[in-house]
Design a protein around this ligand. Structure first.
Ligand SMILES: Cc1ncc(C[n+]2csc(CCO)c2C)c(N)n1
Length: 220
């Protein structure tokens, strides 16, 4: 039988291809991406990551399995130690002040993406929410690996690419994939449908997130 995660990947195939083709991603690789655009992305991603860490903690409360709970809490901790620390480095490089961070409002797409994660957990529960956070891990691994093939001539962008093309991420992605397949094996048909829907929606938002940054999306 096809692994559930392979089914998910297939269901979101077009959206993942579209992500790879985004001008933001292409220009990050070619080095043509304006620094102001990358800066906008980082500020929005900062909001996203802070909420992403919270969602891991909320998800941990929804399981009776100590192993899954430990895994999710470790995810929140890793996020704090690695990804968020990395991001602070980038923000400092671009001279983003703490005041600017405080005053940055979530752009429409970042806001909608985060709301989708919380809504999925509240309405559909743990397994669909695991699928909602999966593209975040898995798509970035795929993009990191693809971009690392040529790298970027801009040192800052190259460093960003290397973050996502690392063994540490590979281990994390494998664990997330295993958790998803384990949860799918215990899920009803209806729940597997919700899992797939959550995965496809997050893949949609991942794709939109690049475009949001590229056009520096505003509320008005
Ligand atoms: C919009 C957006 N989506 C995905 C990631 C990548 N990412 C965020 S948290 C995490 C898990 C491990 O730290 C990964 C891979 C990002 N930065 N921003």
């Amino acid at each position: 039988m096809t692994e559930f995660t392979a089914q998910l990947r297939y269901a979101a195939k077009d959206l993942w291809e579209k992500s790879m083709e985004q001008p933001f991603v292409k220009e990050l690789q070619s080095g043509q991406l304006p620094l102001a655009t990358f800066r906008f992305y980082l500020l929005q991603d900062r909001y996203y990551l802070a909420e992403f860490s919270k969602i891991h903690r909320l998800m941990a409360k929804k399981t009776t399995s100590q192993e899954v709970q430990r895994f999710l809490l470790a995810g929140a901790q890793d996020l704090q130690e690695c990804e968020i620390t990395m991001q602070q480095h980038f923000l400092a490089e671009l001279k983003v002040t703490s005041n600017e961070i405080k005053e940055t409002d979530a752009a429409p797409t970042a806001y909608a993406y985060v709301n989708h994660l919380f809504k999925t957990l509240e309405k559909d529960g743990l397994a669909p929410c695991v699928c909602a956070i999966l593209p975040c891990y898995w798509l970035y691994q795929e993009i990191g690996q693809a971009l690392a093939q040529t790298g970027s001539p801009v040192a800052l962008y190259q460093k960003w690419i290397e973050t996502y093309d690392s063994d540490w991420y590979d281990v994390n992605v494998s664990r997330m994939l295993k958790l998803t397949n384990d949860l799918a094996a215990q899920a009803s048909e209806r729940e597997r449908g919700q899992m797939q829907k959550a995965f496809v929606r997050s893949s949609y938002y991942e794709c939109r997130f690049w475009q949001m940054a590229y056009e520096q999306e505003q509320w008005q």
